[in-house]
Unconditional design. Sequence first.
Length: 225
Amino acid sequence: MNDMTILVVDDESRMRKLIKDFLMQKGYSVIEAGDGEEAIQKFTENENKISLILLDVMMPKLDGWSVLRQIRQTSKVPIVMLTARGEEQDELFGFELGVDEYISKPFSPKILVARVEAILKRVKEKENNVEDYGGIVIDSDGRTVKVDGKQIELSLREYELLKYLVDNANIALSRDKILNNVWNYDYYGDSRTIDSHIKKIRHKLGKKGKYIETMRGVGYKFEVK
């Protein structure tokens, strides 16, 4: 069993039930909405627990495109559009608005579930490349660093040095070891260059800079305190 919740939005009750039954067989929780306005309401009420949205295009009150636009203003939750149309122009339009997948009706419920599982697997793998070290959040894919939610600008070498320290958290690292692993043996100058880089990183990390501890006579250690 998994703890993921999927919002199924379709004005056809039989279609919702069909999709719901197949998803629940796989252990997913399902929230239903019968039109666009209800979809926005249900999403707003459950945003923190919804892992994916299955969204029909042609619906009363608000169509799928309108719902998609509103959700994309605040959320990057994966969205799979369900439509009776199969025109290329519609698909291109959907991708421009931020659709993750596009499935034309009629479809096999088993194939739909397989698509859902594939998307959620990709999302999970991507999330696994984002790690939080006591308020320092490092996105390995985007090579970005945020401190308490605010992105900081690091040079490539500063990023690689910080990443090496956090990857070896709680381990005292000598300057020679840091040079060999971060500068890759291609630096023949004074190891004090590490000290200057550490000073800059600490400054950019603000209060979190204290996590980088100087080990006298050895080098440095990253430890969340």
